[in-house]
Design a protein around this ligand. Structure first.
Ligand code: AMP
Ligand code: MN
Ligand code: MN
Length: 339
């Protein structure tokens, strides 16, 4: 059920033992909002723990209290009276789901979050969940310490591509300004988040070589197979290198993380990639979305390209001619052995 920010604040005030979590494959916003919540609620005198069912990428371990985020063990239980789920609907929190049966308070900025499970405060116009937590601090009369500010700023900066994307709105920049006033040094955040190993920079050339254009250059894709994936520390930021290609409306990164587990990231200049991701079981925002396809790399590739093409035709971004005249049309008629 959807609720107001005021009601979300009241639910936090009423709880004593709180478990805070965010989505698997955590990004700066998931980790930043989790760590900000952890600190804010502790300052309010609550007993709070944070769990995320994944490793915390090295670039984000610089956020204060990052070492406190636990990964649930199998069969582990935690006695909580509120489960706070951030930056996702509760179906993307992995094994954290099994830690507790506590009622769910969900705070998110994804348009695809329907609020079927638990109480949901969603603001699809907010650039990041961290922008909502910033507003929540006002609702809770919570002071924003430097440590909280660092976490919130990191989430804001990473979800907006350092304030470049279209989700950057006046209130995002006002929040960022307040956070800098609270002690954040933007250059340090950028250095820590954007740092890459020498090896990753070398491997970039191999990754870029895999880039291909589809549908008359309106779609660009980069492909990281298991071999390449094993060699890189992070694939973060790779998609930004191809979304700038002249004429490209949809860019995607297809990463084979394990056998039959292919992770898709999509970015666009306006095409609703959240709808494309949804067709493949994922979700996200209009211009940034993702999903996981549980098929091998080749099948995932064909399924993804076909789904993008079909959506673009249906919505007038592609003429059937663009579709038919290209090599990919064969995909539309193809039956996949392992489908
Ligand atoms: P990414 O490409 O991983 O940066 O993801 C882009 C956006 O899509 C983020 O806001 C994610 O939270 C969202 N997203 C990615 N994967 C999924 C998924 N499987 N289900 C729902 N939303 C997703
Ligand atoms: Mn996120
Ligand atoms: Mn987010």
């Amino acid at each position: 059920m959807k609720i107001t920010l005021q009601l979300a604040a009241a639910k936090l005030r009423a709880a004593d033992n709180i478990l805070v979590t965010a989505h698997i494959n955590p990004d700066g916003d998931a980790i930043g909002s989790t760590l900000a919540m952890l600190q804010i609620l502790r300052t309010m005198g609550k007993n709070v723990v944070a769990y995320i069912d994944d490793k915390i990428p090295k670039n984000f371990t610089v956020m204060p209290f990052a070492e406190e985020i636990r990964q649930p063990r199998e069969d582990e239980k935690f006695s909580a009276d509120l489960l706070v789920v951030l930056d996702t609907s509760p179906d993307r929190i992995g094994n954290v789901k099994n830690l507790t049966d506590a009622p769910i308070l969900n705070i998110d900025h994804h348009i695809t979050n329907s609020g079927d499970e638990g109480d949901l405060y969603v603001d699809a116009n907010a650039a990041a969940t961290c922008e909502i937590i910033f507003q929540l601090c006002k609702e809770l009369d919570a002071e924003i310490s430097k440590n909280v500010a660092v976490c919130l700023y990191t989430g804001l900066a990473t979800d907006t591509g350092f304030f470049n994307y279209s989700n950057t709105r006046p209130s995002t920049l006002r929040a960022a300004a307040d956070l800098v006033e609270a002690g954040v040094e933007p250059n340090l955040i950028s250095e820590q988040v954007e740092i890459r190993s020498f090896r990753d920079i070398q491997i970039l050339s191999a990754a870029l070589q895999t880039t291909k254009l589809f549908y008359g250059g309106k779609v660009a894709g980069m492909f990281i197979d298991r071999e390449l994936y094993k060699q890189v520390e992070t694939t973060e930021g790779l998609i930004d290198l191809i979304r700038v290609i002249d004429g490209v409306e949809v860019a995607f990164l297809l990463t084979e993380k394990e056998r039959d587990v292919c992770r898709v990231s999509m970015r666009s200049k306006g095409v609703e990639v959240s709808s494309i991701a949804k067709r493949l079981g994922g979700g996200g925002h209009v211009r940034a979305a993702g999903c996981t396809i549980n098929k091998n790399l080749d099948t995932s590739k064909r399924l993804l390209i076909r789904t993008i093409g079909e959506f673009m035709i249906e919505n007038g971004y592609l003429r059937p001619l663009d579709f038919e005249n290209r090599e990919e049309i064969n995909l539309a008629d193809m039956t996949f052995a392992d489908e």
